[in-house]
Design a protein around this ligand. Sequence first.
Ligand SMILES: Nc1ncnc2c1ncn2[C@@H]1O[C@H](COP(=O)(O)OP(=O)(O)OP(=O)(O)O)[C@@H](O)[C@H]1O
Ligand SMILES: [Mg+2]
Ligand SMILES: [Zn+2]
Length: 292
Amino acid sequence: MTDHSLSDEYKPTSEYERGRADRMLAIYRGKPTELLGRMQLNCHRHGGFFSIGHRLTLPNMPPRDIWQDCQDCKREQQDQAQRERAALDLVHAMRERASRVHGAGIPLRFRDRAFETYKATTPGQIRALTMARDYVEQFAENRAKGLGLVMAGHPGTGKSHLSSSIMLSLVDRYVVRYVTCMEMIQEIRATWRRDSDRSEGQALEEFGATIDLLVVDEVGVQYGTDGEQTLLFGVLDQRYRNMLPTILLTNQDKDGFRGFVGERVMDRLTETAKWIPFKGESYRATARKEAA
Ligand SMILES: Nc1ncnc2c1ncn2[C@@H]1O[C@H](COP(=O)(O)OP(=O)(O)OP(=O)(O)O)[C@@H](O)[C@H]1O
Ligand SMILES: [Mg+2]
Ligand SMILES: [Zn+2]
């Protein structure tokens, strides 16, 4: 029955079964096999194809004949498996990103505020968008040199929006964190309680040393008490010494901001931060109309 001439006349003893050949050959790997020849089989999807057959023998077992599967089916299965893997990878990547965005503390409202969603029509908006985009583009350098931004100006002009665009662009590659000034101060103060599980030093260390890009929103909203100024200075000075970039957001103008953060912070910022002015009308009324 053995046919070494690869004729097409061999008649299989069993029905052709999809996928069986690979499974069997895996089991019999390294065991003696005998080439049976080649025959035409019929794939119910791709029609006739030539299959190479082997006879596999194990001691005390009847020999088994294995005929190669349809190669088109095999390719389809591999493509399908590849597509499934890719889809799974995508799901993992999306989950990973969602968890990083969540971990970064980017507020829910701003989680979809990529650069593309910022409308720049006035010269001021165009300038702000360009500076924010440039900041991301040059972030490797900004990170290495500890260079940050101060976004300052009128309410509703897109400071939180554009700082979120920056964070969303970097969150996959860097440790970023968003806090309001008030939250940061409260978080540090919370360590003073007797039941706190970490020390003030540890909290300062987290804000001052472990975050690649810290965004502090609403600077200068509350009355700048000495205590608040001291804590803000503590964080910013540590980041300054560690050459870590910080983005500060404020409604104050330069003088008001200086009054709030104090001369020593201002002095450090002059060296390490670009000032982006936000002027004009609040976008919030427009945003409401667009949503309606
Ligand atoms: N140029 C713009 N294009 C599209 N949406 C914008 C633009 N500017 C602001 N917005 C939207 O308007 C709303 C208010 O903007 P945002 O919260 O960023 O302002 P802000 O400058 O942080 O204000 P505040 O100082 O009061 O915190 C947000 O929903 C924001 O996405
Ligand atoms: Mg804001
Ligand atoms: Zn097939």
